[in-house]
Design a protein around this ligand. Structure first.
Ligand code: MN3
Length: 203
């Protein structure tokens, strides 16, 4: 994995005035977003070192750092790109999808505003495409660092809720995970990877 770079703002720093002032925008982009990019690069480097040495004793810490900074980087990149001085309204295919998923554009807007206003403490209001059932969803991201990098498409998952292994393995989760690793359908994983790898990100 290469080093991530802070993407430049897609407009002048005063372009969103008076809605978002220049000072806020510059501080937010140049300091806050930059810190996420640096933190993400740092976490990736530490994970690379762990893979090289085989020492995973700090895996919980670096997984958290990876998720916190990675989500911060992805979400801020989307945030800059999904604003513009022009504003406007959704049209055509997107409008149709919003209507299908939320009843009407107005109902979408009301739910998005209500959900975003009531995010507990720090977080984000998010409109997302849920690719498994194929519809649009509105989510509240409370603390974006909760162990995911927003925007990921899962390719391979291993259920470690106790119900998945307790009858046979009791408390020996590691034995169950070892067994799981022997029965992975890699063709299915590859199929999913082929499907999603062309998805366009925030760029
Ligand atoms: Mn921010």
């Amino acid at each position: 994995i290469g080093d991530c770079k802070l993407p430049p703002l897609p407009y002048a720093s005063d372009a969103l005035e008076p809605h978002i002032d220049k000072e806020t925008l510059l501080l937010h982009h140049d300091k806050h977003h930059a810190a996420y990019v640096n933190g993400f690069n740092g976490a990736m480097k530490k994970l690379e070192e762990a893979r090289a040495s085989g020492d995973y004793s700090l895996i919980k810490h670096w997984s958290r750092e990876f998720a916190f900074h990675g989500s911060g980087h992805v979400l801020h990149s989307l945030y800059w790109a999904n604003m513009s001085a022009k504003g406007g309204e959704p049209k055509e295919e997107l409008l149709e999808a919003l209507r299908k998923s939320f009843g009407s554009l107005d109902q979408f807007k009301k739910q998005f505003v209500a959900a975003t206003n009531s995010v507990e403490a720090s977080g984000w209001g998010v409109l997302a495409y849920e690719p498994y059932m194929g519809h649009l969803v509105i989510l509240q991201a409370e603390k974006h660092q909760d162990l995911t990098v927003w925007g990921v498409c899962p390719l391979l998952v291993c259920d470690v809720w106790e119900h998945a292994y307790y009858l046979k393995y009791q408390n020996r989760r590691a034995d169950y995970v070892d067994s799981f690793m022997k029965i992975i359908n890699w063709e299915e994983v590859a199929k999913r990877y082929t499907k999603v790898k062309g998805l366009v990100g925030y760029r």
